[in-house]
Design a protein around this ligand. Structure first.
Ligand SMILES: *[C@@H]1O[C@H](CO)[C@@H](O)[C@H](O)[C@H]1NC(C)=O
Ligand SMILES: *[C@@H]1O[C@H](CO)[C@@H](O)[C@H](O)[C@H]1NC(C)=O
Ligand SMILES: *[C@@H]1O[C@H](CO)[C@@H](O)[C@H](O)[C@H]1NC(C)=O
Length: 232
């Protein structure tokens, strides 16, 4: 109901990639996303990394092809991690995305002001020299101005082999059934104090964060639109 009145705050994240390229991206599950493909007669195929052959995505209930050709995923699940391929009407590649929907219910939340530390780098014991680490996004804007507020940043789980490019954890692991408590996305919160800028304040998103939940299990946490899109 609320979304009827607050359509603008219901932001979706748009993922883009250059024509005929493959882009890799870590995101959080449960948050709507649009994968861009500018082709009116686009065909989208999906394959997870469980050795599955690509199939046309039109059959999935939470996925919708938009009129311009892009693909909208509503509350994507960690199981929807994999390769999304957009082809034109002659089966030629337009664009490809490898998306890792990291489990939002596993989000490791820490608050600097409470002396809580983010996760540390850890090695992954697969015989090679992989490091599991958190790739942090920039800090988001302070949620208030003129008075003490809070700001947050998201961090995604990545794995890096010594000199290779880092890869989002579940894209790296594929169907390797490996479990480590280090395999988690993260969110870090800290205090902030910024002067008010009224022209900017109007476009500030509303961000609620319940401090009393810190340190407890986050499995019941809901990070849904429109109260707080986690991406801003
Ligand atoms: C594909 O789409 C283009 C542009 O809309 C069109 O000119 C062409 O005939 C189509 N090809 C096929 C095989 O349908
Ligand atoms: C953790 O690993 C990443 C990737 O190898 C590296 O960039 C970062 O500096 C490491 N952090 C620490 C504290 O060792
Ligand atoms: C206030 O915000 C506007 C829009 O973001 C920006 O153009 C302007 O420079 C800001 N002013 C100050 C004093 O930060």
């Amino acid at each position: 109901m609320l979304s009827l009145f607050l359509p603008a705050s219901c932001a979706q994240i748009l993922v883009t990639c250059a024509y005929k390229s493959l882009c890799q991206q870590a995101l959080l599950s449960g948050n709507d996303v649009v994968l861009q493909c500018d082709h009116l007669q686009a065909y989208w195929y999906f394959s997870s990394f469980q050795g599955e052959a690509p199939f046309l995505v039109s059959s999935l209930p939470n996925i919708k092809k938009l009129p311009g050709g892009s693909l909208q995923l509503n509350k994507p699940q960690p199981s929807q991690t994999g390769l999304y391929r957009c082809e034109d009407n002659n089966t030629a590649l337009v664009v490809e995305y490898e998306i890792d929907f990291q489990d939002v219910t596993m989000l490791h939340i820490t608050h600097k002001g409470l002396g809580q530390n983010p996760l540390q780098n850890q090695s992954l014991s697969l015989g090679r020299k992989e490091i599991i680490f958190t790739h942090w996004e920039p800090w988001q804007d302070c949620n208030r101005c003129g008075v003490p507020g809070e700001r947050k940043r998201l961090g995604y789980c990545y794995i890096q082999e010594s000199l290779e490019n880092p890869v989002p954890c579940w894209l790296y692991l594929g169907d390797e059934k490996l479990w480590s408590s280090r395999l988690q996305p993260e969110m870090q919160v800290e205090a902030c104090l910024v002067p008010c800028n009224h022209s900017k304040e109007i476009i500030q998103p509303f961000f609620t964060f319940d401090i009393s939940k810190l340190g407890q299990s986050t499995s019941n946490m809901q990070l849904t639109c429109p109260l707080a899109s986690i991406y801003r």
